[in-house]
Design a protein around this ligand. Sequence first.
Ligand SMILES: C[S@@+](CC[C@H](N)C(=O)[O-])C[C@H]1O[C@@H](n2cnc3c(N)ncnc32)[C@H](O)[C@@H]1O
Length: 231
Amino acid sequence: MKLPISSRLLACAGFIAPGDRVADIGCDHGYLSIHLLTVGIASSAIAADVNEGPLKSAMRNAVKFGVRDRMEFYLSDGVRNIPRDFDAMVCAGMGADTIMHILSDGRWLQDPRYRLILQCQSKRPELRQWLYDAGYRINRETLAKDGKFVYSVMEVVYDPGHGISPAETYITPQLLEDNHPLLPEYYERVKSGVELTIMGLQRSCDDRLPIYEGILSDLTALEEQIYGNRS
Ligand SMILES: C[S@@+](CC[C@H](N)C(=O)[O-])C[C@H]1O[C@@H](n2cnc3c(N)ncnc32)[C@H](O)[C@@H]1O
């Protein structure tokens, strides 16, 4: 029996260290935790979801794949009802607003002992800015592709005192460092998004136009680095 796990979730799994106790918030089907336990990376997993249906499906899948004894299940809005003894928390397949809600509600996550693995589906620049404003820092970031979508996955730690520039909230230094084969494709999509925003701001004579023009100029300056060493 093969677990139908996506490249996106496998990229999240790539940030889990051997022996980690994992908390998967918004677990849905539970595939991430089940994968981490069946391949022997995680030592235990907390699977939490705000909705009963997904949580029950995670429980059924845990039984089906023989890992029920190493998983705990919690009906929880974010980290509200879960125990705090874990090493890495994953929030995947969620929008920026949900992730910000979960992190601002769980202030105890602002602790260097936790690693947060975040895979955000919307408003990624806003989330990255919010993370730095809240004292978090992106430690590593990588990419994954499922179908026609390219996803970014970040490993975030609490480490106050660092900043991020407006252009870096679109393409982070950590993504450049990771230099994934999908980076040019991701970069083009990000740049097109900024160009569309600029067109909209031009039409409406919006004051924010110079900010986005600056972001586009800084992003364009990355092209040599992104394309430079590729054959
Ligand atoms: C699109 S699914 C993603 C499932 C899985 N994490 C993945 O990436 O494939 C989002 C899941 O998050 C759950 N969810 C949404 N808001 C939540 C919250 N505040 N706390 C916990 N779970 C939440 C939903 O019920 C749903 O099961």
